[in-house]
Design a protein around this ligand. Structure first.
Ligand SMILES: Cc1cc2nc3c(=O)[nH]c(=O)nc-3n(C[C@H](O)[C@H](O)[C@H](O)COP(=O)(O)O)c2cc1C
Length: 453
């Protein structure tokens, strides 16, 4: 894949009629978010006339799995294999001199609200949030790089507040900086290629460099540019980059904020920071991702977490074929694992391992690989056809929960596993093993000629 920009994909969507241009004036305060919410899963939306803005805003770019495949230039059923390849065959990034993202440089008197059309999303939220900012930082002890997304709230002039989950690597880096009495340098890339967004969501080990897996997704080294004012490298083909620091000693109370389940949460204080330099393309496009329970937000997590969990489980249980984190489960909380003829008890083992690996998971269903784990109808069919409630249900109360879980009590939650697969021995019972169908020869002929009927 040669094009590493977001705008290349937007042009392709435009050619296919999947980019809708909104030409009427749209207020970035609530109105823009409302349009994205009401058009979730529709075409990507390019707002060309955002009130008070000097650049257009794009949203709902990746609101279906098919869009991810298209953006990464693979067929719809090739997405899973591409992600596995990106995890097993990473490609190191390369530094370049000609960075489109640095065509324009602002390095004094930064006023983010004036420079960028940052939306205010929901009624009870207190200020505008940048939601599609890919944050680059380095471990202050090891110098190893980390790339991830965290919401950034505008606090006036160049000041920001970052809301970061305590267990995320970015927060660990901020804590390390605090222990050393330092601030943490950050660069925030906005308007990214899909590979960069997806790479930022991979669950890797601390110190593993997401840029390498992004290269694996692209099938080429990611083009990086050296930042102007901080010791960090950013995707050269992004639309906009913010350079600055997080100050872990400067805590700012956040108040109510949306979470992926679609409710408000109040997590307390976030980390303050300051942006001192902004670079962008001459005709930059500001990318947003509708937060809350929205398809793009959920799918970015779902696809990346599913891929990393699949790789881990397959290493331990060869019968595992796919891991799908579902959209109804908010792209975080529910998984479907498909397995090929699992041995007795192997489905339960896969459930336990999955829950151990991904703290957020609380409902895991195991299905046979003769159904499509991405299709909720097939998954429910499996439950109806193969799940025996007395033996195949696991209910594990009182397990340590993630603070994001909407029904946790004292940070514990009940976890549930359901095994809806065939069992060794089922083959002997015709009613459980053999699907009704016409003879193979007839079926094959009809399948080949189906368009003629
Ligand atoms: C659109 C979007 C917004 C996100 N916002 C936040 C956020 O505000 N805070 C946070 O901690 N994680 C957020 N995440 C999740 C993290 O980016 C993700 O869990 C990542 O893998 C964390 O990486 P790290 O552990 O390397 O820091 C968001 C993800 C997406 C897709």
């Amino acid at each position: 894949m040669t094009d590493q920009s977001m705008r290349g994909f937007l042009a392709s969507l435009d050619r296919n009629g999947a980019l809708h241009r909104v030409t009427r004036p749209v207020d970035p305060r609530f109105e823009l978010g409302a349009v994205l919410a009401l058009r979730d899963r529709g075409p990507a939306l390019l707002f060309e006339n955002v009130t008070g803005a000097t650049m257009p805003v794009v949203g709902n770019v990746l609101s279906t799995r098919a869009r991810f495949a298209e953006a990464l230039d693979v067929p719809r059923d090739g997405l899973d294999a591409l992600l596995q390849k990106a995890l097993t065959a990473p490609v190191k990034p390369v530094l370049v001199g000609d960075a489109p993202v640095q065509e324009v440089v602002h390095d004094r008197a930064i006023d983010l609200a004036r420079l960028l059309p940052v939306p205010t999303w929901f009624e009870r939220e207190t200020a505008p949030y940048i939601t599609a900012g890919v944050i680059v930082a380095k471990d202050p002890e090891t110098g190893r790089r980390n790339i991830s997304i965290a919401r950034l709230r505008l606090e006036g002039d160049g000041r920001i507040m970052a809301g970061i989950a305590k267990n995320h690597h970015l927060n660990l880096l901020a804590e390390k900086a605090k222990a050393l009495g330092r601030t943490l340098e950050i660069a925030v890339a906005i308007g990214n290629h899909t590979a960069v967004l997806l790479g930022s969501q991979l669950y890797l080990g601390l110190g593993d460099d997401e840029y390498d897996n992004i290269g694996g997704l692209l099938g080429a080294p990611l083009r990086l540019a050296r930042c102007k004012t901080v010791d960090l490298d950013v995707p050269a083909d992004a639309e906009i980059v913010l350079e600055g620091t997080l100050d872990p000693d400067a805590l700012i109370d956040e108040g109510p904020v949306s979470e992926f389940h679609g409710f408000y949460v109040n997590y307390g204080p976030g980390i303050g920071g300051e942006i001192r330099c902004v670079t962008h393309r001459k005709d930059a496009i500001f990318q947003t991702i509708l937060p809350g329970y929205a398809s793009e937000h959920c799918l970015l997590g779902a696809i990346a977490i599913g891929a990393t969990l699949q790789k881990t489980l397959q290493r331990m249980i060869p019968a595992v074929r796919r891991v799908v984190i579902t959209e109804g489960g908010m792209g975080r909380l529910h998984a479907v694992i498909s397995m090929h003829q699992p041995k007795l008890g192997e489905g339960k083992r896969a459930i336990l391992l999955a829950m151990g690996e991904v703290n957020l998971l609380k409902l895991v269903t195991v299905v046979e690989d003769d159904v499509d784990p991405e299709n909720p109808r097939d998954v429910e069919w499996s439950l109806a056809a193969r799940f025996r409630g007395d033996e195949d249900l696991m209910v594990i109360p009182g397990v340590k929960a993630d603070r994001c879980d909407p029904v946790h009590e004292n940070l514990t939650v009940t976890k549930i596993g359901m095994v809806a697969t065939t069992r060794p021995g089922d083959g002997a019972a015709l009613s459980r093993s053999e699907f009704v169908r016409a003879p193979h020869a007839v079926l094959d002929k009809v399948r080949r000629e189906i368009d003629r009927y």
